[in-house]
Structures are given as C-alpha cells and as structure tokens.
Design a protein around this ligand. Sequence first.
Ligand code: COA
Length: 390
Amino acid sequence: MTSDAIGIHDLSFATTRFVLPHTTLADHNGTDIGKYHTGIGQRSMSVPAADEDIVTMAAAAAAPIVARHGADQIRTVVLATESSIDQAKSAGVYVHSLLGLPSSARVVEMKQACYSATAALQFAIGLVHRDRSHRVLVIASDVSRYELDSPGEATQGAAAAAMLVSADPALVQIEDPSGLFTADVMDFWRPNYRATALVDGKESISAYLQAVEGAWKDYAEQGGRALGEFSAFCYHQPFTKMAYKAHRHLLGYCGHDADKGEIARAIADTTTYNADIGNSYTASMYLGLASLLDNADDLTHQAIGFLSYGSGSVAEFFAGTVVPGYRSQLRVAAHRDAITQRHPIDYAKYRELHEQSFPDDGGDYSAPRETAGPYRLAALSGHKRIYEPR
Ligand code: COA
C-alpha cells in the first residue's frame, strides 16, 4: 500500500426489521415466481417497520464503525439519500446526534438519485487529501418505494451502508481517475409532493446502459485501467439482474466475449445481499461491495470496478484495490445476521406499512414499537421527528 492511499477504511450496513418474501408478493398478484427469482434476480425485500426510516437505518449502520474507531477524527458526515425526510435539515444531523459525534463536525446531505453516495465518497476523499488525519463518515440510506401493483413494486427494498473514509484504508483503496457521465433523462424521479417514485422502467434500463457506456468511455479516455485488469465489478443494483445486463453491455461495448460463466464470475458475489434486501438506492452499490468482500475468496491486491448510476441521470466508473489484511476487518457475521434476523410479514402487514404515513397537521403522534434495531423513530410532534435509542 502506497503511503498516499485513501479509501474505505470500514464498511457496515443495516437494514429493516421486516422482510416480504417475493413468494408472498407473487401469491398476491399471480406472478410466476420465476419472473422474480430468475427474471429480476430478487428473493425478498426489506420493509421498514413503523418506527424505522433512513435516520434509524443510517445510525444503526454507522454505530459499529464509531464503536470500533471512535468519533474523535470524524470531522465530516455526509449522508446520501433520495428518500429524504426533510427539505431543509440534513438527516445526517439526527444521525450525528444519535451517535454522539463531536460538535466540531460538518454534516451535509447529498442527492442525485442512486448515485449520490459516490459523490459523497469522492467529496470525502478530497477532504482527506487536504488533511490526512481527517476521517469522513459517509452514509447512504434509502427506502425504495413504488406504487402498489406497479412493475417497480417487486424491486423495492431498504438499507443503509456506512463507510469510514480515511488515509491508509484497511479495506479498499480508491483510485484515480473516475469516468463521468451526465445526461438529462426522465427515467425515474419523485416530485416533492409524492411518497412513491415515478419510473419508466424500460427507459431506466436503457438510460442505465447508456450511462455505463458513457462513464466507461470517459474512464478509458482519462487513462483508467484496461477492462481485463478487474477481477470483479460492483454495479448499482436496482435489481440484481441489472448488474448482469450492465456487465454484458460493457463487455460488448469493449468488444469482449460476453461469456455467461465469465460474467457470473465477475458479478455473482456482489449480488448476494441485494437479492435478499432489494433496491436500497444510494446504498445498493456499497451493499454490493460488502457482499463481494464478505463472500468472495481472497481479493487481496485485486482491482474492483465500480459503476455507480443514479437516474436522471449521473454515472461514475472508478476502480478500487483491495488492501492486504482486509479480511480481519470485515463484519460478515453482523451483515448476515442483519438479513437472516428480519421478521417475515404477510401481504396485509406489508400493505399497511406501505400505506402508512404520519398526519401532517402538526399534532402529536407516537409510532408503535416494532424495530429490533438500536434506534427508533419514536414520534412526530409539532412537525418534529423524535428519535431515541431503543
Ligand atoms: N421466468 C423467468 N423470467 C421471467 C419470467 C418467468 N416466468 N417472466 C418474466 N421474466 C423475465 C423477463 O424476460 C425479463 O427479463 P429480461 O429483462 O432479461 O428480458 C424480466 O423477467 C423482467 O420482466 P419484464 O416483463 O421486463 O418486467 P416488468 O415489465 O415488470 O419490468 C422492471 C421490470 C425492472 C422494468 C420494473 O420492475 C421496474 O420498473 N423497476 C423499477 C425501475 C428500475 O429498477 N430500473 C432499473 C434501472 S435504474
């Protein structure tokens, strides 16, 4: 590891109390389960309890990082989300408070659909370049919610991924250059007055594939690595089959054989967690990284390609190198527990949670105690969200 290395020092994720298996959704809407399990590559979706949201998940994801490394050197917290709870106040400020972080810190929220955690990561790297003693807590937290009985419904999910970005990282060194791509498309968006996203599903798939091409083209022009140098590719995964589609597209664009076995070798380990959690928007690609590090054979010194996509659209391709000794830092048991310890719900309970929201009259409303996580959204009072440790 060179002494100027900067990257991901620690990575932890959290998800929800509840899970809806796709078999339950298929039973309700009469869909052949093969469409979900094979066609889109999803087995179940995380569903937030009534007292969970992006703040409680973000704090739950970041708490083990603060417990392991302390809070002293964290002078910046960046929370990336597209399911924000407030138009003005950053969700990260609630997280900063729940975690007891020092007041001598800046906290900010970032948005550009599913892409913004990557902007947050690059922002963090820039700050660490300025001062190598500085550590940045980057948290991606989202609840993916589409209309009931819409095509997007089966691709819902919820999770938060927290990363500590530092000099001399213990997990993944992030490299220059990045390949960048922006195009003004309406493939997915959520106006401020809507609780569910609007999406043109087919358009979003083709916009994603165009962005893969555009970001890779720029990456190559900036002098990035050759395609053959990567041992795995971490793509944004709105549904896990999308990573396979994207990689096949990239191989074709670069004139490589799109061999099925080769694609599976490059992608499969990145999809394990997302297949059970569903789309976690900003967190999705970083859950893919957690899945890869936790489940693949030794990746020491190997290069990983990252393709971050956010509808609307912005994409970035960049590379990371896995650091020697990374395995001793992983949180494999906690990550697997977060998935296996979720409580399965039936369709009626899922629907009730999907349709639920606090009234907006400024009154006092408490939330039922449901979460098994360390923090909960206790109430809404005078338009203020009240959080508490559980
Ligand atoms: N067994 C196996 N595969 C099946 C199947 C069955 N019984 N029935 C359908 N499939 C396959 C289809 O062939 C298709 O595969 P392909 O894409 O490789 O051709 C896949 O399952 C999905 O079927 P499709 O009919 O296209 O599904 P849909 O019209 O319900 O839409 C999405 C799928 C992803 C567009 C929709 O879920 C959506 O809008 N999602 C939200 C937006 C999103 O995630 N966008 C991604 C980019 S950000």
